[in-house]
Design a protein around this ligand. Sequence first.
Ligand SMILES: Cc1cc2nc3c(=O)[nH]c(=O)nc-3n(C[C@H](O)[C@H](O)[C@H](O)COP(=O)(O)OP(=O)(O)OC[C@H]3O[C@@H](n4cnc5c(N)ncnc54)[C@H](O)[C@@H]3O)c2cc1C
Length: 235
Amino acid sequence: MAVTHDVIPDGTLRVLDHGFVRLDDAMATDLSVVNAARVSFARRKDEMDDSDAGLIRFLMRDRHGTPFEHNAFRFHIRCPIFVAREWFRHRVGSFNEFSMRYARATDDFYVPEPEDVRSQVGKPGAYSFEPVDPELAERTREELREVYEHAYATYERLVEAGVARELARAVMPVGAYTEFFWTVNARALMNFLSLRAAETAQREIRRYAEACETFFADAMPITHAAFVASGRIAP
Ligand SMILES: Cc1cc2nc3c(=O)[nH]c(=O)nc-3n(C[C@H](O)[C@H](O)[C@H](O)COP(=O)(O)OP(=O)(O)OC[C@H]3O[C@@H](n4cnc5c(N)ncnc54)[C@H](O)[C@@H]3O)c2cc1C
């Protein structure tokens, strides 16, 4: 029997065909940056003013990074495994992922929209990704669906026959969806955004990074504006 986790919790940004980014919780304000910096002078504030916004811009510009670490975002994410593999390269942060040892794999797989089926032109480091003709886009989607169906049917057959889930999962393609929690501070989040919400990043992870950035900008608008004004370079 197919298993689906296709229930989208409230307060969630949907990404790709079955994915989402949800801010599970956050302890993150612009004031936390200011107070972390001002502790050097044994000072603390309860409200932001213009001089605090100026301080944040200065810290960002001069890359005084540590005051941006005294906060936390806990994201809940569902994405294809190939996106998660890119994501997990970001070592500063904490991850816990859905386990295909302990739970049955779902049959949610990523099929790109026709406009996201693209060709790869140029050299490594300078690729451009061009649209393909509608016929090739549709064929790609169909071929993906066929492989996914075959892989999932094989997975189910093996599990039903008594093979351990931890081994049967070997047939699952990297287009299968996984789910994880990611807790990260604003400094490491900005590093992630500068790399993964960039034109050079793969389109799929970029969509996720853009969703994370929306939550970041909501929670820490002054820090976010300073990050953008500094050319999106993490401090
Ligand atoms: C467009 C793109 C293409 C990529 N292609 C490849 C690829 O082909 N192959 C591949 O293997 N990876 C690839 N990566 C992954 C990349 O090399 C990084 O592993 C990933 O982007 C995480 O970045 P980070 O180390 O800055 O982040 P984090 O691991 O979160 O680290 C944040 C910061 O902490 C510091 N830091 C963390 N760990 C150390 C350490 N051990 N020593 C010193 N400083 C540290 C660094 O300042 C770092 O920037 C690619 C990434 C992008 C964005």
